[in-house]
Design a protein around this ligand. Structure first.
Ligand code: GLN
Length: 231
């Protein structure tokens, strides 16, 4: 039909390093988001060209129509729904606080008084930090990449970072020098996004493909590939 994604080609923006959702392995962009999108595209007969832009940059590229869609561990929020249309949710997530592994002083939000906290510009982590910054008396420092945020914490320029807990957990399991110290906050689910009322056929195809991958077990295989603990 005229309004099918099949046979079309789409440019999709993503974050730079947000493992296990998107990251580089031997130069290739891999991760849960990348595998899901590529498998769904194949399954639904459309082509994707993926651009590794950074999270805030990907959202801006979408809003200025430089990309057709974004998949970037992007939380489905009411605020974003004003400007974007989201697919069905494909992963449950939320925000958590982490500190340097060697830091035994910061164990709760109360300990952040007078301190600086790193967040990703434009993220849910930033929104959460902003929402409690006055109450606990800390300064929010927006940075563009998770890796830069973590380095800032390890260098002692920020005492803590707010990021999505599956991403923190993945890095911590790989000994990235951080540890999580609080409970998960602001539960949200990830969705694939397009501009509001644009490319509805792409959302329909993503949802159809996602449902098929769930039914076939491929969705679970993709999660297991990146999340299953090593034997
Ligand atoms: N899930 C968070 C958000 O949507 C962070 C996404 C990211 O850093 N790639 O704001």
């Amino acid at each position: 039909t005229a309004d099918s994604a099949s046979g079309k080609s789409y440019v999709i923006g993503t974050d730079t390093t947000f493992a296990p959702f998107e990251f580089r392995q031997g130069g290739e962009l891999v991760g849960i988001d990348m595998d899901l999108l590529r498998t769904i595209a194949e399954n639904q007969g459309f082509e994707v060209e993926i651009r590794s832009l950074g999270f805030d940059a990907a959202l801006q590229a979408l809003q200025s129509n430089q990309v057709d869609g974004v998949i970037a561990g992007m939380s489905i929020t009411d605020e974003r729904r004003q400007v974007f249309d989201f697919s069905d949710p494909y992963f449950d997530s939320g925000v958590q606080m982490a500190v340097a592994e060697t830091n035994n002083e910061i164990t709760s939000y109360e300990d952040l008084e007078g301190e600086t906290v790193a967040v990703k510009r434009g993220s849910e982590g930033e929104a959460f930090a902003d929402s409690i910054a006055d109450e606990y008396g800390f300064t929010v420092k927006p940075l563009d990449q998770s890796a830069t945020m973590y380095d800032d914490v390890k260098a002692g320029n920020s005492v803590a970072v707010f990021d999505d807990y599956p991403v923190l957990a993945y890095g911590i399991a790989q000994n990235n020098g951080l540890k999580a110290v609080t409970e998960k906050e602001r539960g949200s689910s990830y969705g694939f996004a397009v501009n509001k009322d644009q490319n509805p056929e792409l959302i329909a195809a993503f949802n159809a493909g996602l449902a098929e991958l769930k039914a076939s077990g491929e969705y679970q295989q993709i999660l297991d590939k990146y999340l299953a603990s090593p034997e």
